[in-house]
Design a protein around this ligand. Sequence first.
Ligand code: HEC
Length: 164
Amino acid sequence: MSVRPNLLGALLAILNLALIIFVGAFLYLLFGDNLVETYRNQPVPMDQATYRSAGGRNSVDAEEEIVNGIHVQSGLIYAEGFDIVRGNCTACHSAKLVTQNRATREGWTDMIRWMQAKQGLWDLGKNESVILDYLATNYAPEDIGRRANINVEEIEWYLLDLEE
Ligand code: HEC
């Protein structure tokens, strides 16, 4: 007689367990996906830096893109001194004014002196030599109008036949 209550108790326990599992499974089917999503894709509050490092549209990566040695955003040649030039020479006007010009170191010095005298360009301090190096190297005068001397010996002369 003492077996029965135990058996009943065991049965009830099993039933209880089955009910808990059933209800648990039911709830999981209903809300499980949401729960998993909630914990997996927690929206992280994004500040600008996170957004940029995540490759957002206005990311620094896009701003700093270099293609064929040209800094795309400014159009400046990406070379030594670039950062200092961009920092000082694009504050008042487009970098186009720089990239459209070519001059010797003296010529660039003159332009800088002119801007300092007339346009409020600040004293460039020790950056000036870096800037001038950059400009004189990357935006030196093109040798327009100069060509190699003609070697008269090598020219194959021919007569124009004007009678035809
Ligand atoms: C404080 C403002 C300012 C800064 C900074 C500045 N410029 Fe200028 N720059 C001017 C102004 C104003 C002009 C005249 C713009 C115009 O003609 O439309 C000018 C014109 C120029 C021109 C055209 C000159 C010409 O003869 O047509 C060049 C090249 C130039 N700047 C280069 C530079 C370089 C290189 C730097 C960095 C060292 C620089 N600028 C920084 C104000 C500035």
